[in-house]
Design a protein around this ligand. Structure first.
Ligand SMILES: Cc1ncc(C[n+]2csc(CCOP(=O)(O)OP(=O)(O)O)c2C)c(N)n1
Ligand SMILES: [Mg+2]
Length: 370
């Protein structure tokens, strides 16, 4: 499929930004400035960016722990991401968590559930709401190869197919679930075969080829948008780093890791774009400078932000007083899915607003900042 130059470069920029933010997060972790686990996704950028780039206004993602690229494409601010990792008091979780356990419905990002597989029934719920409201919008949910062995994965596929939900489920098969290799996880050759048991289309693609990911997800998204129901897409890739930065992953054969490192998705894409003269050396340098400036700005902003206030730790452990959930408020111009207004922070926890910011809008704003 032919993509416009502008889209190709947006994809490239987002892949580079994802990699660079994670590299910086890793450095901060090694310097002892990030506490807790650091889960990165070097090599996943084609899947996370390529898939999310197919979405439109009003669509939602239901990402997992290695999906930073999806958050960035949807328009989540790198500053917020960095505040989260550095546990600042103004982070999306107000310093209570330091990972990608975040969501922001203004950008159509449903907060992830850390228990593997459990986000998928939630993704079905969001897709069902869209269908009932005749929105022509879709949900892109992701999970790892490990999560496909959970009951919730199968229940979600079954429910989505029976209800013909506008749901695209992306399996990020990176060959390992922590230290367990695919061969000890399941007996099928391709995880996309799971789709046939639920009578939905399933396809496996090269997860390191961003254009292959984009094309497969785009096709599924357009079918789902046109009431053709869900699809399952397996992206085959490799986790080139450990499960977390605390994991040396010495259970991975070095030759296998090297083989996959040579298929680096960003390198592959930049070579292809250069060959087509879309990415010139000057443009590449400009993008690298923008990426560095964006990451530097995010770190500076986070470091200048207040630390989490320990005295407030018990807040939000219990529901606040007052109305908790207003579902589909009658007369509202746009349905509010959850509106838990908390007077202490003076804003709702999570509101589905009428207009999600799109990557396009966000990047246009960003451009003004560069
Ligand atoms: C039900 C459940 N079991 C175990 C864990 C701990 N855990 C978090 S991520 C992970 C590995 C998941 O593997 P996979 O789904 O392949 O995703 P990957 O980390 O490879 O991207 C494990 C075991 C969990 N969060 N939930
Ligand atoms: Mg995995």
């Amino acid at each position: 499929m032919e993509l416009e130059r502008d889209i190709l470069l947006q994809i490239y920029r987002n892949m580079c930004l994802t990699r660079a933010l994670e590299d910086r997060i890793r450095t901060l972790f090694l310097q002892g400035r990030i506490v807790g686990g650091v889960y990165t996704a070097q090599g996943h950028e084609a899947m996370t960016v390529g898939s999310a780039m197919t979405l439109h206004d009003g669509d939602c993602i239901v990402p997992q722990h290695r999906d930073l690229g999806m958050h960035l494409v949807r328009g989540v601010d790198p500053r917020a991401i960095m505040c989260q990792w550095l546990a600042r008091g103004n982070s999306p979780t107000l310093g209570r968590d330091g990972q990608l356990h975040i969501g922001d419905m203004h950008y159509g990002v449903v907060p992830m559930i850390s228990v593997l597989g459990e986000s998928l029934p939630v993704a079905c719920g969001v897709a069902l709401t869209m269908k009932m409201r005749k929105r022509s919008t879709v949900v892109l949910a992701s999970c790892g190869d490990g999560a496909t062995s959970t009951g919730s994965f199968h229940e979600a596929l079954n429910f989505a197919s029976v209800q013909k939900l506008p749901l695209i489920l992306l399996i990020e098969n990176n060959a390992y679930a922590y230290s367990t290799p695919n061969s000890k996880e399941f007996a099928v050759q391709d995880l996309s075969l799971r789709a046939s048991g639920y009578a939905m289309p399933g396809v496996s693609v090269d997860g390191n080829d961003v254009l292959a990911v984009y094309a497969a997800v785009h096709e599924a998204v357009e079918l789902a948008r046109n009431e053709q129901g869900p699809a399952l897409i397996e992206c085959k890739t490799f986790r080139v780093r450990g499960h977390s930065e605390a994991d040396k992953a010495d259970y991975v054969p070095p030759a296998l890791r090297q083989e996959w490192q040579a298929k680096d998705p960003i390198q592959r894409f930049s070579t292809a774009l250069s060959q087509q003269n879309i990415l010139t050396p000057a443009l590449q340098a400009e993008i690298a400078a923008w990426v560095k400036a964006t990451v530097d700005d995010a770190v500076r902003y986070a470091e200048a932000s207040p630390a989490a206030d320990g005295s407030t730790v018990a807040e939000y452990a219990f529901a606040p007083d007052g109305p908790l959930a207003i579902i589909g408020e009658p007369g509202a111009s746009d349905p509010v899915y959850v509106n838990a207004q908390d007077s202490r922070i003076g804003r709702p926890f999570s509101v589905v607003s009428e207009t999600y910011k799109t990557a396009k809008t966000y990047r246009a704003e960003e451009a003004g900042r560069v």
